[in-house]
Design a protein around this ligand. Structure first.
Ligand code: GLU
Length: 499
């Protein structure tokens, strides 16, 4: 690596919700920056006004914050390379486009949209490039006086790059190694649009240069654009400053057939956004912890070679290395994402989970009066929760008497002996000042034996009395937490329903 300061950028276009592939690109940028004590820049590439979506920029920033990968420089936290929105940098791009025209690497093109449409319809595989450019209306094909006149008349025009014939353009990608392109396959991309706005190709090169970007991580879908950028770096005389590129492997649909798209989420019933976007639940809304989401994303196309799967952000920063990013696409596996979340819930302290679980319960109408009690509940049930939303069914009975019982599991086998047994239990519990789980279990079992009942035959009904269903942690722990009076009242209430 050169001794240049490490500066990376995440450069999304604000065209809608940030797809998880975009978040992974941001994450890899972030990890690389942190690992190398560099800067992580967020640049908003909003030069395509037709695709601009209100609110998308704020959404992107919120997503990055939620994931814990907050940029060091961004439109809302500008550094010395401001502005960080390309639309606000509009005026600075023309100079570079004009420089390219002067040098013969770009040209003015006056063709109207109708003329180009006509060509596209009439000529199979029409491309504005070396084969047809001489037959079109541009500063290479028209006589100079006419070009001067058209410019003097402010005739709408774009500036296009003049792709050279018969050249091979190559670069070394940090993931893919040597990559080469034939210029004969390329068309003369627009660099500056008629409204003076740059296109992505010009803006990305100019800004990576001006913002002193040292490494550029982006999705593999941008690889076909790389030769255009290479030529521009070269023509603008900046080749020595060109960032090192890494084109990240695609995130594939669960069946491995093609790139995961925004539409796949709705179709297959899993989130593709970090946060909710336009009514579609994101990983956050579905009950994922940001630590789990980030951990999951990091493993889509990267591993540290040791088989370790759970990584904290600090571990990711210290272990991240480009050598271990795979070239092959990574299949999205929602079950695996949930596994990560369950692991992260297990590893999180009750204190960390507390506000999130409280929000889940309160959104379902559960009132939390005692935060310490909730913390104990969380510790008791967190191993049973895959999503944060699971805390509602798993915890609700600690706060509310069961509204319904799984009667099918108890009623058919109910007997008067069981009623007598539970009445005796009520008396037992009433006679103790507090329930201690282990003591209560011993008493419960002894009493069952005394009454000639199998422990198993009364344990399940007891659970259903306290919980409502056949789930939850150790039943005597539940009773201890509910406390003496609540346990008694639940047994009494259930006996009336079971008998
Ligand atoms: N604006 C491009 C995008 O939306 C950025 C591609 C790049 O990083 O060069 O992904």
């Amino acid at each position: 690596m050169s001794d240049k300061r490490v500066r990376v950028r995440f450069a999304p276009s604000p065209t809608g919700g940030l797809h998880l592939g975009g978040v992974r690109t941001a994450l890899f940028n972030y990890l690389f920056a942190r690992k190398n004590n560099g800067d992580f820049v967020l640049r908003i590439e909003d030069t395509d006004q037709n695709r601009y979506v209100e609110g998308a920029e704020k959404y992107i920033i919120d997503c990055l914050n939620w994931c814990g990968i907050t940029p060091d420089e961004s439109p809302v936290n500008p550094g010395q390379y401001a502005p960080y929105r390309q639309s606000e940098r509009k005026t600075l791009y023309r100079e570079y486009a004009e420089r390219l025209v002067m040098q013969g690497h770009a040209y003015y093109a006056f063709d109207s949209a109708e003329e180009l449409d006509k060509n596209r319809k009439e000529i199979p595989n029409f491309q504005y490039g070396q084969v047809y450019r001489d037959t079109l209306r541009n500063s290479l094909s028209l006589p100079q006086p006419e070009v001067d006149q058209l410019l003097a008349d402010h005739t709408p025009h774009v500036i296009r790059i003049k792709i050279p014939a018969d050249q091979t353009v190559s670069f070394t990608d940090m993931i893919r190694g040597r990559v080469s392109f034939e210029t004969n396959q390329l068309d003369d991309k627009v660099l500056l649009k008629a409204d003076g706005m740059p296109t992505y190709h010009l803006a990305v090169v100019v800004d990576d240069y001006l913002m002193k970007i040292s490494h550029a991580f982006r999705g593999e879908e941008w690889l076909p654009s790389a030769p255009i950028h290479l030529l521009l770096w070269d023509y603008l005389g900046w080749k020595a400053d060109m960032p090192q590129w890494a084109h990240l492997p695609l995130i594939l649909k669960p069946d491995g057939n093609g790139k995961l798209s925004k539409r796949d989420g709705a179709r297959l019933g899993f989130p593709v956004f970090a946060l909710d976007w336009e009514g579609a639940a994101g990983f956050d809304g579905m009950g994922f912890l940001p630590e789990a989401f980030v951990n999951f994303l990091a493993t889509l196309g990267w591993n540290d070679g040791s088989g370790q799967e759970i990584f904290t952000m600090d571990e990711l920063v210290s272990k991240f290395s480009i050598d271990r990013i795979s070239k092959a696409g990574a299949k999205f596996d929602f079950e695996k994402a949930k596994w990560f979340n369950a692991e992260w819930i297990k590893r999180s302290t009750a204190e960390t989970l507390h506000p999130k679980v409280k929000a889940v319960l309160e959104s379902k109408g559960v009132t939390i009066k005692n935060d310490a009690y909730l913390a104990t509940v969380i510790d008791l049930i967190k191993d049973r929760c895959t999503l944060l939303t699971d805390f509602y069914p798993q915890a609700a009975y600690f706060f509310q008497t069961p509204a319904e019982y799984d009667l099918a599991a108890v009623k058919p086998k109910w007997t008067d002996e069981k009623t007598a047994f539970f009445k005796a239990i009520i008396e037992q519990v009433k006679s103790t000042p507090t329930i201690v789980a282990a003591d209560f279990e011993a008493t419960f079992k002894a009493l069952a034996e005394e009454k000639g009942l199998k422990t198993g035959d009364v344990m399940l009904p007891f659970r259903i009395m306290l919980v409502g269903g056949k789930f939850g942690p150790h039943v005597f722990d539940i009773a201890a937490l509910l406390g003496r009076d609540e346990t008694v009242s639940r047994i009494e209430q259930a006996l009336a329903a079971f008998a």
